[in-house]
Design a protein. Structure first.
Length: 257
C-alpha cells in the first residue's frame, strides 16, 4: 500500500547520525513514500550520512554547509537537474559554540551570537528563497525544528534559545511570504531528546528528568514521534496549517509549575 507522500520529493538538512531528529524525520518521510535527499554539513560527517542514506535508497546525498552560499546554490541546482521539483524541506540545522552553552546568556560573545543565528535561523530563509522555483505551486511544505527554550529560560540553552526565537519568527514571516505560492511553513517544537547537539548542553540529564516528572504524559518523547509529526506536516492532511509551531513534548509546554 502506498504512503501519503507517494510521488513527492523531500530535502532533509541536519542529519548527523542515527540519533539525529532529522534522521527520524527522513525515515518517516521515506516510509510514507517520499524520495528523500540527504545533506551533510562537513567532510567529517559525510561517510556516516552516506551509510544512512543507503537505508532510504537515496539517489542524492549532497554537501551543504549553510555558511557557504555557493554550496546552497549547488545543492539547489543538483536537485533541479535530478528531479526538477521539490515538495518538502526539513530544516534540522542548528549550531552554537559549546562554550556558549554554559554559564549565562550575558556572557555571549559577538562571534557566538552571529554564528548561532546564521546557522540556526538565517539558513531557513536563505534556503527557502533558493528553493522557491522548485516548490512553487506544488503545495509544498517547509518544516523546521525548534525548542521551548525559544519562549522560556532553559538553563545553559542561552544563545540557542535566542536563535530559536528568531527561527520561529522567521516561520511566521515566511508563511506569509510563501503562502501565495502554495508553500506552507511550520515548526515542530520538540521536547528534549538525547542527540549529538544536546550532549553539548550542561545539565541536560536533569532537564530530561524534569520533563518526565512534570509533563502531562509523564515521560519524555522519542525522535520517531517528531518524525511522524514531520510526515503529517509534509502531507496534504495538514494542508490548512501554516505559520504554526506544533509542540511534540508530551504536553510539557502547557505546564506552569
Amino acid at each position: 500500500m502506498g504512503g501519503t507522500l507517494e510521488g513527492t520529493t523531500g530535502l532533509i538538512l541536519g542529519v548527523a547520525n542515527k540519533r539525529s531528529v532529522a534522521w527520524a524525520c527522513a525515515k518517516a518521510l521515506h516510509r510514507e513514500g517520499q524520495k528523500v535527499i540527504l545533506t551533510y554539513a562537513s567532510d567529517r560527517l559525510e561517510a556516516g550520512v552516506r551509510k544512512l542514506a543507503e537505508e532510504l535508497e537515496c539517489e542524492l546525498v549532497l554537501p551543504c554547509d549553510v555558511t557557504i552560499p555557493e554550496q546552497m546554490d549547488e545543492l539547489v541546482e543538483a536537485i533541479r537537474e535530478k528531479y526538477g521539483f521539490l515538495d518538502t524541506m526539513l530544516h534540522g540545522v542548528a549550531y552554537a559554540k559549546r562554550e556558549e552553552l554554559k554559564g549565562t546568556y550575558l556572557d555571549t560573545s559577538r562571534e557566538g551570537y552571529q554564528l548561532a543565528h546564521e546557522i540556526s535561523a538565517y539558513s531557513l530563509p536563505a534556503l527557502a528563497r533558493r528553493l522557491i522555483p522548485l516548490m512553487k505551486d506544488r503545495k509544498g511544505s517547509i518544516v523546521t525544528l525548534t525548542y521551548l527554550g525559544s519562549e522560556r529560560v532553559i538553563p545553559n540553552y542561552n544563545i540557542m534559545g535566542v536563535a530559536k526565537a528568531a527561527l520561529e519568527a522567521s516561520v511566521r514571516y515566511l508563511a506569509h511570504d510563501l503562502g501565495p505560492m502554495g508553500i506552507r511553513v511550520n515548526a515542530i517544537s520538540a521536547g528534549p531528546i538525547r542527540t549529538l547537539s544536546a550532549s553539548g548542553i550542561e545539565g541536560f540529564s536533569a532537564i530530561l528528568d524534569k520533563i518526565a516528572d512534570t509533563a502531562p504524559l509523564r515521560r519524555n518523547i522519542t525522535s520517531d514521534e517528531v518524525g511522524d509529526t514531520c510526515a503529517f506536516l509534509a502531507g496534504q492532511m495538514s494542508r490548512g496549517i501554516t505559520g504554526s509551531t506544533v509542540y511534540v513534548d508530551a504536553g510539557y509546554h502547557i505546564m506552569g509549575l
